[in-house]
Design a protein around this ligand. Structure first.
Ligand SMILES: [Zn+2]
Length: 403
C-alpha cells in the first residue's frame, strides 16, 4: 500500500458519451459515472474487471446526474457494489422505468443509495462532498473528493451560463486548494458554437416572446430539462396574467406531469409548475380557442397529428420551437417534423447548451487554479488547445499522483 492516488479514465477521453473514471487510494476504489455511449458513438460495451465482471473490487460507484451518457449502464454494475446518486436522479430513473419497461430494465432501484447536496460521505479512504451544480439535468453534482490532504474536484457536466452559476461559483470558491481537476470538455471538441451560448435567461426571454407572438406553439425538448420547462411555465403564467381571463394552455402529457412532481418534491426552491394541463382530445376545442404551448413527443402519433394539422391549417399562427442540441435534429422523426415546420416558415430554434463554453471553462480553470487538469467527456481532436495545466490521458490509461 502506497500513498499514491491513481486515476484511470476507462472511457471519456475520446468520446463524449459513456464516461467512467476510477479514482483509487490505498485500499479504496471508486468509480464516477458509468454511462452509455451516445448513439453516434459506435463503441462496444465497456467491461471493467471488478466492476462489471469478476469478483467485485470497487467500493462504490457515484453518479453525477441522470443523463444516459452518465448513468445508462448502471444495470451492468456487479450487484454487490454500492451505487450512490442524488434523490432527484433516483426518482427520475424510477419514473422512466415505470413509464417504459425497456428503460433501465436491469436496474434495481432499491440498490441505489442517496446522497444529499453539501453532506459529506465517507467511502473507505475517501471523503466525498456532493456540490449542487448547474447543467441541463436538474440536481447535477460536482464532487469534491478528498484523500488525506489531496483534493480532487470532479465537475461532471456543468455550465456557467445557467440560472445557478453564482451559487455554483460561490460553492467552488470555498473548496480551497485543488490538486487535480477532472472536468468535462464537451465544447472543446464540438465545432459549432464552442464559444457562444445563450444564457438561460436569454432563452426564457425568447421563449416568452414566442409564446406571446404566436397563438399556437409546439415545442420539442428534453423531458428532463426542467430549467427549460420552468422558462415555459413562467412565461405562460405571465401571459395568463397579462391576458386575463383569456389565458393560454400549457399542455403536457401524463409522464411529463409525473416528472414535474419529482422536480417540485426534490427541489422546491427551484421548481414550481403552476399552470399545466394534461393533453386529451377533450381539450382540443379549448386549445384552438385560447391558444397553447404544447410539449410534443415525436414518437406519439396523436402529438404528431396535431402538429401536422396546425402546420397545414394555420401556419401563420403556428410555431414549432425546437429546444435541444441541433445534432439530434439531423435524422429520423425529428428531422421530418422540423423540416416540415421549416418549409412552412414555422420553425424556431431556441436553445442553450447544458455544457460549459470553451471560454468559461478556461476562466473556471483560472479561478480554481488546479495543479493538474484531466479533461473527459470530450472527443479526441488534434485541434483542441490544451487547458492550463492539462495532462493528456487516453482511455484505459492510469495516471499516478503523489500525495
Ligand atoms: Zn449531462
Amino acid at each position: 500500500m502506497d500513498n499514491k492516488i491513481r486515476v484511470t479514465v476507462y472511457r471519456g477521453s475520446e468520446q463524449i458519451g459513456g464516461c467512467c473514471t476510477e479514482i483509487s487510494y490505498k485500499n479504496t476504489r471508486i468509480a464516477i459515472d458509468f454511462g452509455s455511449p451516445l448513439p453516434e458513438d459506435a463503441t462496444k460495451e465497456l467491461d471493467v474487471i471488478g466492476l462489471t465482471k469478476g469478483k467485485s473490487a470497487f467500493d462504490a460507484v457515484l453518479f453525477t446526474h441522470y443523463h444516459g451518457d452518465h448513468v445508462g449502464e448502471i444495470g451492468r454494475i456487479n450487484s454487490d457494489i454500492p451505487v450512490y446518486m442524488g434523490g432527484f436522479a433516483k426518482d427520475v430513473i424510477a419514473a422512466y422505468k415505470r413509464y417504459n419497461p425497456h428503460f433501465f430494465a436491469d436496474v434495481d432501484i432499491d440498490r441505489i443509495d442517496e446522497f444529499v447536496p453539501g453532506n459529506e460521505i465517507t467511502i473507505g479512504s475517501f471523503r466525498i462532498m456532493p456540490i449542487l451544480s448547474d447543467h441541463s439535468a436538474a440536481e447535477s453534482f460536482m464532487f469534491l473528493i478528498q484523500a488525506d490532504n489531496f483534493q480532487i474536484l470532479h465537475t461532471g457536466d456543468f455550465r456557467l451560463h445557467g440560472l445557478y452559476r453564482e451559487e455554483l461559483l460561490s460553492s467552488v470558491k470555498k473548496l480551497g486548494k485543488i490538486d487535480l481537476l477532472i472536468t468535462e470538455g464537451t465544447t472543446l471538441s464540438r465545432k459549432e458554437d464552442a464559444n457562444k451560448a445563450y444564457t438561460e435567461e436569454v432563452v426564457e426571454n425568447l421563449m416568452r416572446n414566442c409564446i406571446y407572438e404566436n397563438k399556437y406553439c409546439f415545442t420539442i425538448l428534453s423531458s428532463t430539462n426542467f430549467d427549460r420547462f420552468k422558462d415555459i411555465s413562467d412565461s405562460v403564467d405571465r401571459y395568463r396574467m397579462d391576458n386575463y381571463p383569456r389565458g393560454k394552455y400549457f399542455v403536457i402529457d401524463e409522464f411529463q406531469k409525473s416528472l414535474f412532481e419529482i422536480a417540485e418534491k426534490r427541489l422546491p426552491d427551484r421548481y414550481l409548475f403552476r399552470t399545466k394541463t394534461t393533453y386529451g382530445k377533450n381539450i382540443d376545442a379549448g386549445m384552438e380557442d385560447k391558444g397553447f404551448i404544447m410539449m410534443i413527443r415525436p414518437s406519439k402519433a396523436d402529438h404528431e397529428a396535431l402538429l401536422r394539422k396546425y402546420l397545414v391549417e394555420c401556419p401563420e399562427k403556428t410555431v414549432l420551437i425546437y429546444s435541444m442540441w441541433s445534432g439530434y435534429m439531423k435524422k429520423g422523426k425529428l428531422k421530418e417534423l422540423t423540416d416540415m415546420a421549416h418549409d412552412k416558415g414555422c420553425l424556431r430554434i431556441i436553445h442553450s447548451s447544458g455544457h460549459v463554453t470553451k471560454q468559461d471553462l478556461e476562466s473556471f480553470v483560472e479561478m480554481v487554479e488546479p495543479e493538474k487538469v484531466i479533461v473527459i467527456h470530450t472527443e479526441k481532436s488534434e485541434e483542441i488547445n490544451k487547458l492550463k495545466n492539462q495532462i493528456s490521458i487516453e482511455d484505459g490509461e492510469t495516471k499516478v499522483f503523489e500525495i
